[in-house]
Design a protein around this ligand. Sequence first.
Ligand code: HEC
Ligand code: HEC
Length: 382
Amino acid sequence: MAAKSVCQRFRFSQTISIAVSLLIFGLAVATMSTVFASRSHATFVDDDEQDKSAVPDLPVDDLPAEISLTKVPVGFDAIPPAPADNPTTAEKAKLGRRLFFDPILSTDRTVACASCHQPDHGFASPEPISIGIAGRKGKRNAPTVLNAVYGQHFSWDGRDASLEQQAMGPLESETELGGDVEAVIANIRKDPSYVESFESVFGSGESNLPADAVTKENLAKAIACFERTLTTGNSKVDRFRASEYEALPKTARQGLWIFESRAGCWKCHSGSNLTDGEFHNTGVGHGHEDRDAGRFAATKDDNHKFRYKTPTLREIEHTAPYMHDGSIKTLREVVEFYNKGGDPNDPTLDKKMAPLNLTEQEIGFLVDFLKALSGENAATQR
Ligand code: HEC
Ligand code: HEC
């Protein structure tokens, strides 16, 4: 008996001392890693203004295992063909998907495409102005990439003529992914599983240097291919239009009517993707000292000053804040902005803009309609 209790006591004190030493060890490790983390961060990023806490979250890829390449979203007639030199294939889309979520694309490995195009935020950014590596800010809001397959021009000023061309932009941008494309390519070449995928998708199969298939162009092709699979459709509005009348709540039906008549929204937000693909000045940013010139930046045509691409309105309830500068927080405020006629003091305001004289209730109907434009996409189907 006595022996047993001594033994128990011994075990007890032994457990205590092991626990205490583990605790001390743990504390030491934690302190060291904090010191090292801040050191290594400082050596990677030479930027006084850095604010690591501002770096956007890095979403994990929990989209469905298979995303259809061929499924036409309800509300659309077809999926437009991919460019002849970049046909859509399952293997390529898979590689593009891996890259889209991988911070390896940023110089300090903290930011991925998905950081600003977040699946849970309608593939857009919750920040008014996008935040890239080391907390650096660009000057515009990150729009959704959903249904980009239906677009002809990309970015708010339409400077990119294809998704392939667009994908290079963030890589080359110092405020987004860091701008050192060579370093990014070198990092990807060091990862055998990437080299294998690139070689399998783009290589001739005979190369002695499979890493040669990892190029900026192929990277852009793979990402663009993945983006072409990110569609959204089958919203309540689509179902209503397909004669399933009860799918659309009554107030949203009234909103649809106002949208298509008196409010004139349809003049620019037209067609299945609710955009005319054209550029207009709605007055956003008027009166700001260093106003972003919009489409002018791409064309240098004075008539294009302050015009922006009409964005899609699909999934709009998930992609706040709104407009190219993220200056409007809620859908109600967007509709109130249009109700005033945008900014009527702007001398270059689009001719299609005019005060609407909607009642509070009608504004609510329009908001309900906009919310009914959410549907099925890769993020909602998981
Ligand atoms: C730091 C945030 C950030 C990161 C990272 C980022 N983007 Fe963007 N993205 C933006 C912003 C801001 C715009 C609007 C740019 C403009 O109009 O000048 C944009 C625009 C786009 C568009 C155009 C959408 C349209 O309809 O016009 C696509 C497509 C896109 N990004 C894809 C990507 C891809 C692919 C990556 C990764 C290679 C990426 N983005 C990384 C912020 C970001
Ligand atoms: C003259 C063309 C035009 C008309 C009319 C118009 N829009 Fe727009 N809409 C645009 C453009 C262009 C933008 C982007 C403006 C910017 O960012 O500076 C936009 C942006 C929006 C946005 C924000 C989208 C986003 O992703 O940030 C919403 C919501 C919207 N419009 C809804 C409406 C509604 C509702 C109406 C009718 C009351 C309407 N629009 C009428 C052209 C138009």
